[in-house]
Design a protein around this ligand. Sequence first.
Ligand SMILES: Cc1cc2nc3c(=O)[nH]c(=O)nc-3n(C[C@H](O)[C@H](O)[C@H](O)COP(=O)(O)OP(=O)(O)OC[C@H]3O[C@@H](n4cnc5c(N)ncnc54)[C@H](O)[C@@H]3O)c2cc1C
Length: 493
Amino acid sequence: MPREGSTKVLRWRLPVSARGATAPPSCAVPQSEAEELDVARVGRAVVIGAGFVGLLAAQVLARHVERVLLVDQDQLPAGPTPRRGTPQARHSHLLWSGGARAVERIVPGALTRLQTRGANRIALPAQLLSMSSAGWMRRFAGEQYLLACSRDLLDWTLREEILLDGAIEVSWGCQATSLVGDQHQVRGIRLYEAQHRREIEVSCDLLVIATGRASRAEDWLVGLGLPAPPTKIIHPGVFYVTHAFQAPRSMRDGFPLVSIHPSPNQPTLVRAGSLVPIEEGLWHVTLSVIRGTRPPARSQDFIALARQARTPFLADLISLAQPIGSVRVTRATSNYRKYVELLPAWPQGLLLIGDALTAYNPFYGHGMSAGARGVLELDGALSDGGHEFNSRAVQRSVVETTRVPWAIASRQDREFAEHSSRPSLTHRTTMSFLRRLLATANEDPMVAEAMLDVYTLSKSHLRLLSPQIIARILIGSRVPPLDHPPLTQAFYC
Ligand SMILES: Cc1cc2nc3c(=O)[nH]c(=O)nc-3n(C[C@H](O)[C@H](O)[C@H](O)COP(=O)(O)OP(=O)(O)OC[C@H]3O[C@@H](n4cnc5c(N)ncnc54)[C@H](O)[C@@H]3O)c2cc1C
């Protein structure tokens, strides 16, 4: 926050960044007033937040506008190492194929680069051991997949791919504090420059806010004279604990992703859990634990807690592995959606994107994929040269990309939500359909494929409403459900 000194107005006298990822420059500092650029010229964009979505947005903007500045409060590391601004990176992160394809469109070659650095491409559901509320899913061949690696590796690789050519100017160690403009037009952003303990203003034609869960965008909108956007929050009533393990040598290559889903009929201390095989033969294991439970302090407590899940399968696996590092805890599990599209006005030149707009219970793993798809909307709008850039229309199309992941997370989590009211008939009917869908998908490859097409954000949700799929769901499966995980001989332990 600003502490001293008056506000200095900065007009694009920004240091031209060479090699953002390897030699982070400091905040923007004007050298002389004479060198200031003419603010009336169009084509300047600022992105606040150099996390996953902010990086992708900067890359897209760099293709279309004259100059792009990417700002973050952190000094970004020159390698796959943790930083303060993305505390969630200590927990499992996976990228569904719908998100991975979006990343590949925005940054061609990024997925290959990630895989050469050890990210695992996991075929769905062939390399999946998934226990839904309806039981274990069989392993079929399918078109969808996910990419699994540590979040630090993912962000570092994107930083390298996006920033190394120097086309995007970067300012690290600058915290955005408020918007410049009014409810009709955003003209820039105020930044607090920690190194010089002063506030500066940067003007721009388009401001993209990608400040994640820590976002204060709603306060900033109020500062422009707009009402705060109506916001819906659903607390799933859990916190997360994550521990890394070195997989046993025989279980390193091609090990499946393990996912134990919640079941309203089986209330347990550990509501859900996952094992994500990442680079360097590591497993990231995350447990979703009922609020009020004491978080495990040591590795053996973590393994003991894993045994409280609906199945001891995860605990059995990790008791064969070598614990690495310490147990990490996060309480950032709530779902929230800011209904910015309902505001009476939306300033031209402003876009809210990623977790700053909508966030989901991390169990569903949708935040990055939905964010990347939102960036594709921005790309589409900027590519449409025939039309003037209309921020409100673009903001609405970004909101559209959040609808399906929001419906998935909010519907499921309402089943567990604290202080939730009696569910409506529509909700109960939808949940009953979803339970049948899960039970049928466990046994029926065609229904499983349709479900994963939607769940991975690869295809429209209407895919599940085709007459053929509906008929199969209503008839249900004729195969008896599996009562054990479908391990192959190679991974039998
Ligand atoms: C425990 C956990 C596990 C998750 N697992 C998954 C998963 O498996 N798959 C998935 O898709 N998603 C997952 N998510 C969600 C995912 O982390 C987010 O959806 C994603 O990081 C959103 O990207 P973003 O760019 O919007 O925000 P972030 O990546 O959080 O980046 C925000 C950036 O803004 C910067 N910033 C914040 N405020 C300011 C400011 N005022 N001025 C300047 N800079 C600022 C921060 O330093 C940071 O760099 C998980 C989340 C959590 C909490």
